[in-house]
Write a protein that binds this ligand. Structure first.
Ligand SMILES: NC(=O)c1ccc[n+]([C@@H]2O[C@H](COP(=O)([O-])OP(=O)(O)OC[C@H]3O[C@@H](n4cnc5c(N)ncnc54)[C@H](OP(=O)(O)O)[C@@H]3O)[C@@H](O)[C@H]2O)c1
Length: 345
C-alpha cells in the first residue's frame, strides 16, 4: 500500500483528502498533522470519520512526513514554502495544494502575494498540476503544484479556444462564484455566518491572487501574453464554484460548432464534460465529485461566447485534483478513487 501523509489534515481540503483516499484501493493514511489538535484523533475533530479513520494528529514535522510515499501539503500559503526543500531530499512525491509554487515567475510573488519567494530556485522543477494540460510532465514530477479552484474552472473553460483564431483574446472576462469553504476552515470576518449568509459578496475585484495563475497558463496555451478581467464572488453555500466567462467572437459560429470543438478538445478527458446544447454548468451536478462541467452558448445578438464552468472547489478545485495528480505521478489509473458522481440532491 502507498503510505500517505497529509500536512494540514484538520482543514477542509485535508478532510476532503481523507474522505476520498478512504475510497482509494491503493493507499493507506499514515501521517496526519495539525497544530491545534495535535494528540487528538482525527475522528474527534471530524466525527464523520468515526469508525473509519482513527489516527492521532501530530505536529508538522518534515522528518515524519518523509517516511511517507506521498505527501499532500494542505497548508495555508507560505506555511509549506520552506518545508518543500526538506521534503524533496527524500524519495517521497509531493502535491502542494497551496499557491506557494504555482507561479513560474518568482517576481510575481511580491506583486500578488506581497512576499519574496524563499526558494525561487525550485520553481522550474515544480509542475503545474492541471492534468488536462500537463499530464506528461506530471508523470515524472516529484513535486506538483496543485492549481487553485478558480483557475481550474477558468483555464479549463477557456483552454479549447486559446489556439484558435475564433475569439478576441483581449476580451476575456470571468465572473466567478465560490462557496464559503473555498476560504478554508479558519473563520474570518467575511466567512462569519452573518456576513456570508443571504448575500453575494464581490471581493478581490481587479486584483485577486488567482489572476496571474490563470494568465500564466492561458498565455502558455495561446503562445502570447494574455490578460483577463476576473471578478470573484463569495456566495452563501458551503461548497461549489461556477465561472461564467465572456469572450468576443471574431467570426460567426454556432452553438453546435463550439460544442463539437469543446467535445473534441476534451475527448480523452474523463473529468471534463462538455454539456449538450442549451445545458449549462450547474454546481449541483458536480458537488462532491471530481468533474468539471462546461456549457457553451453563443449570444448571437452581440456575437459573444458565454462559457459556464462548474466544479466542486474542494474536489476538482483541490483534493480530488490532488489525488488525480498523485495517480498520474505513481502510474496508477488516473480515475482511481475518483469516479463517484455528484451528491445530488
Ligand atoms: N478550500 C478550498 O476550496 C481550496 C481550494 C484550492 C486550494 N486550496 C488551498 O489549500 C490549502 C489548504 O486550504 P484549506 O481550505 O484546507 O485551509 P484550512 O481549512 O484553513 O486548513 C489549514 C490546515 O493547515 C493547518 N495549519 C494552519 N496553520 C499552520 C501552521 N502555521 N503550521 C502548521 N499547520 C498549520 C491547519 O491546522 P490547525 O489549524 O489544526 O493547526 C489546517 O489543518 C490552502 O493553501 C488553500 O489556499 C483550498
Amino acid at each position: 500500500m502507498i503510505k500517505i501523509g497529509i500536512a494540514g489534515a484538520s482543514g477542509y481540503t485535508g478532510l476532503e483528502l481523507i474522505r476520498l483516499l478512504e475510497g482509494h484501493p491503493e493507499t493507506e493514511l499514515s501521517v496526519l498533522t495539525s497544530e491545534t489538535y495535535q494528540g487528538k484523533s482525527i475522528a474527534d475533530v471530524f466525527p464523520s470519520l468515526n469508525g473509519i479513520v482513527d489516527i492521532e494528529l501530530q505536529a508538522l514535522n518534515s522528518e515524519i512526513l518523509k517516511s511517507c510515499d506521498v505527501v499532500f501539503l494542505a497548508l495555508p500559503h507560505t506555511t509549506g514554502m520552506d518545508l518543500l526543500p526538506e521534503l524533496i531530499k527524500s524519495d517521497c512525491k509531493i502535491v502542494d495544494l497551496s499557491a506557494d509554487y504555482r507561479l513560474k515567475d518568482a517576481g510575481a510573488y511580491p506583486e500578488w502575494y506581497s512576499l519574496t519567494h524563499t526558494h525561487p530556485e525550485l520553481l522550474p522543477q515544480v509542475v503545474y498540476g492541471l492534468p488536462e494540460l500537463h499530464r506528461e510532465k506530471i508523470k515524472s514530477a516529484q513535486v506538483v503544484a496543485n492549481p487553485g479552484c478558480y483557475p481550474t474552472s477558468v483555464i479549463l473553460g477557456l483552454a479549447p479556444l486559446m489556439k484558435t483564431d475564433w475569439v478576441d483574446l483581449n476580451s476575456i472576462i470571468s465572473d466567478s462564484k465560490s462557496g464559503v469553504s473555498g476560504a478554508g476552515r479558519k473563520p474570518s470576518i467575511t466567512t462569519h455566518f452573518c456576513e456570508a449568509n443571504e448575500g453575494v459578496n464581490p471581493y478581490g475585484i481587479a486584483g485577486h491572487r488567482h489572476t496571474p495563475e490563470m494568465e500564466q497558463e492561458l498565455s502558455n496555451l495561446a503562445g502570447k501574453p494574455i490578460n483577463i478581467s476576473f471578478s470573484p464572488h463569495l456566495i452563501p453555500m458551503s461548497r461549489g464554484m461556477l465561472s461564467t466567462i465572456y469572450i468576443n467572437l471574431k467570426k460567426n459560429l454556432s452553438d453546435d460548432d463550439l460544442i463539437e470543438h469543446y467535445q473534441n478538445f476534451f475527448k480523452d478527458e474523463f473529468f471534463v464534460r462538455t454539456l449538450s446544447k442549451d445545458i449549462f454548468a450547474n454546481t449541483h451536478f458536480v458537488s462532491g465529485s471530481n468533474f468539471c462541467d462546461i456549457g457553451v452558448k453563443v449570444d448571437t445578438r452581440v456575437n459573444r461566447l458565454i462559457v459556464t464552468s462548474a466544479l466542486d472547489n474542494l474536489v476538482k478545485g483541490a483534493s480530488g485534483q490532488a489525488i488525480q495528480n498523485m495517480n498520474i505521478m505513481l502510474g496508477l489509473e488516473e480515475k482511481t478513487g475518483l469516479q463517484s458522481p455528484a451528491i445530488f440532491p
